[in-house]
Design a protein around this ligand. Sequence first.
Ligand SMILES: [Cu+2]
Length: 156
Amino acid sequence: MHFDLVSCLTCIMTKIGVVILVFVLLGIGIIFFNKQTNAPTIGEPMATPLPSGAKNINNEPQLFTVTYGVDGNMSPSELTIHVGDRVTFVNLDNKEHWPVSGPHPAHNICIGFGSLRGLKKNETYTNTFTVAKTCPFHDHLNAGDSGFKGQIIVVP
Ligand SMILES: [Cu+2]
């Protein structure tokens, strides 16, 4: 009789112990899972382009964009980039636009910078800037329109 009581108490204590152990393990698991899901992801490419003038600390070439918008406005009109960076001109406008180095009509301040023809809607033109200098540009099809003039400031 006495033995049974002791043995029963032991078995109850063991069961309580197992239940506590399960809860503790669950708790640790939840904390670990939360830490994993909240951890920052490393090594994924940046979702947004760098602002004008920004330089990647790894000295990797950066891509910038000038857009002729659906509303007919071009933006930005000025970019500061570094040697080796690229600028893509995107035409979302129904009208054609022809980005090219100034001055009109010689186009010889930054030789090689120019799309050679007008960009139709949804066409793009990309130029890599390899010399540190300021490259004014305009829309050759609307050469007198200051709204389509701008400059790419290329710094070392
Ligand atoms: Cu021109």
